[in-house]
Ligand binder design. Sequence first.
Ligand SMILES: [Zn+2]
Ligand SMILES: [Zn+2]
Length: 363
Amino acid sequence: MKASLATAIGEKFSLHDVVIDDPVGREVLVDVKASGLCHSDLHLIDHDFGMPLPAVGGHEISGVVKSVGPGVTSMSVGDRVVACLITYCGACAECLSGRTTLCSNPSAVARKEGEKPRVSFSDGTEIAQSVSVGGFAEQVLVHENQLAVVNDEIPFPQAALLGCSVVTGAGAAINTAHVRPGETVAVIGTGGIGLNAISGARLCGAKNVIAIDILDSKLEAAKKFGATDVINSASTDPVEAVQELTGGVDHAFEAIGLDVTQRQVQDMTRPGGTAYLIGIAPPGSTTPFDSSLGDLFAQKRLHAVLMGSSNVKRDIALYADLYVQGRFELDHLVTQEISINEINEGYEQLLKGEVIRSVITSF
Ligand SMILES: [Zn+2]
Ligand SMILES: [Zn+2]
């Protein structure tokens, strides 16, 4: 099958012919119908986070179940599914309490050392799956825990985004922050994740949902997702503006991964409020935290967020149903549909802020 690989740090994605194995145990083989270009995949080849290479890039996919291993019980051939990079055993104390993103045995769903690789070159050399998915490919082979069955009405491109940017952004507001009706929210960075944090805050009934970015076009988009106020931080100090609008928000989300904005989310929360760090900072970054007396008295919290504290099967199916009911915005996330040959160009457009999401729909 065709797959686009990351072969070395700093190199662009390149198309290769690779071999994908049949499912064993509780694995599921998925025919990929749509695969989103998430910013994180670019991070993983721009900076050395220790990811094994070569690897099939991509991790935001939807598709149809092609075949299942003998141990699979939660889905059948022909089901419409969405994959997620959250790997969890389903049996440890954290998993059993619903906190699957904190699973103590996430490698339980991977193949073991010495076993045949899921993806390889024709000579048998292993190819890793980027963040346990490997979605820039015609097919994906993962453990059933990583897949959610969704309704058949949601289009594949919209469904693909549920697996990463939606669970990460919306989940941060819904599951991590537990935003309550009437509370106030600010979001810095209105890309794929920030827009979904806005959607999640709207769904929770937040009174003010303030979107902050440096591009007016992205701030216009944020209004479609439920932003009640927008601030262009290229021309306006976002901390002063948020303080003026609300006196400080209950929840401030950072969806970029920069020291300066990580500090701003702390400064724009009210006393007792919480700043949430969602954006991935480059290796070696140090998040500034002011522990001077004034900030200690304000009793603010700083909360790191992983994948919106999401539960793969429950949350992805829920967002798909809310979309069909017209209560959850996804259509404006999909800027364009592209071919698997156009991944590098798609990322260049993403970096320039020209697109929210490019989604591969032709392989
Ligand atoms: Zn577990
Ligand atoms: Zn992602």
